[in-house]
Design a protein around this ligand. Sequence first.
Ligand code: SAM
Ligand code: DTB
Ligand code: SF4
Length: 326
Amino acid sequence: MTESILRHDWSLPEIKALFDLPFNDLMFQAQTVHRQNFDPNSVQISSLLSIKTGACPEDCSYCPQSSKYDTGLEKERLLPLEEVRQAAVNAKMNGATRFCMGAAWRNPTDRNLQNVIEMISVVKDLGMETCVTLGMLTKQQTQRLKQAGLDYYNHNLDTSPEYYKDVITTRTYQDRLDTLKHVQEENINVCCGGIVGMGEGETDRAGLLQQLANMSKHPESVPINLLVQVKNTPLFGTETLDPLVFVRTIAVARIMMPESAVRLSAGRNEMSDELQAMCFLAGANSIFYGEKLLTTPNPVENKDMELFARLGIKPQALKQAQKSAA
Ligand code: SAM
Ligand code: DTB
Ligand code: SF4
């Protein structure tokens, strides 16, 4: 595999030019970059668990868990440790190598964080990689997560700085960048991406990717979510995105961040097998696996395994270090 040049100086016109390429040229370029950096037939799989659901004080207009919208979600307290362990055991048995725990918080309290640290510890003991998404973090909280051995922290920029204000009113873009800086400074792998299909324009999709790629270090994992439209959230009823524009977004992310895992994230339940296959061809090489994302449906495990078999895709094995811990 040849080494790629990692760029952090992308301009908007350059990114837009990639989006505007003839589809076949874009796909060829993305697949070429993908093959220079990854096994093209291997996809990493993570399972998600909502460890604290609903009643979130934040106002993110896409999210079913905000207390501002009545989406009929059962509000839950933080899950007991044993329930989390059991969910991770099941995810591992089904073939997931990473277990991601999400909480509907603006930020964790120090006490919440202690509970999450215990969860990280039991999941690590199973030999799985760990990821959590808990909202904003202070520097000190980030250090505690690092000490706990956390592998990945997920915190999304969601969209371009310009469109952000139309989507989220309760925390700023800079708040997000500050949390991401803490995570990078502690050398925790960053999982950071966004959502498309929220009514944003082409320039916003390009602007999101520009923010991600121009970070001082590319996020190790870049989730590209297609909005899951949930009734009674403000974004319900948004005009759906042209699926080929979704594929283009994956391809451009792959070209701009050649060594990052690009995750085909939320929205797969509404995608055909053919569309997902095209996303893998565009360079997506990780997915969320298991019948639920955090609160909304995701394809069941069998369905994904059937699709992988039809495409000759192999789920990525646990890295050796993790395996020996199992
Ligand atoms: N509360 C924490 C936070 O916002 O940082 C962590 C959990 S939050 C649900 C994690 C991410 O899920 C969001 O940043 C957003 O990108 C994604 N997400 C939430 N609702 C979604 C939806 N309806 N469709 C697609 N992605 C969604
Ligand atoms: C990410 O980028 N997508 C995941 C994960 N990180 C935490 C969450 C998707 C949530 C979709 C809506 C739901 O199920 O509540
Ligand atoms: Fe809360 Fe996170 Fe949902 Fe925003 S995205 S409402 S912070 S759970």
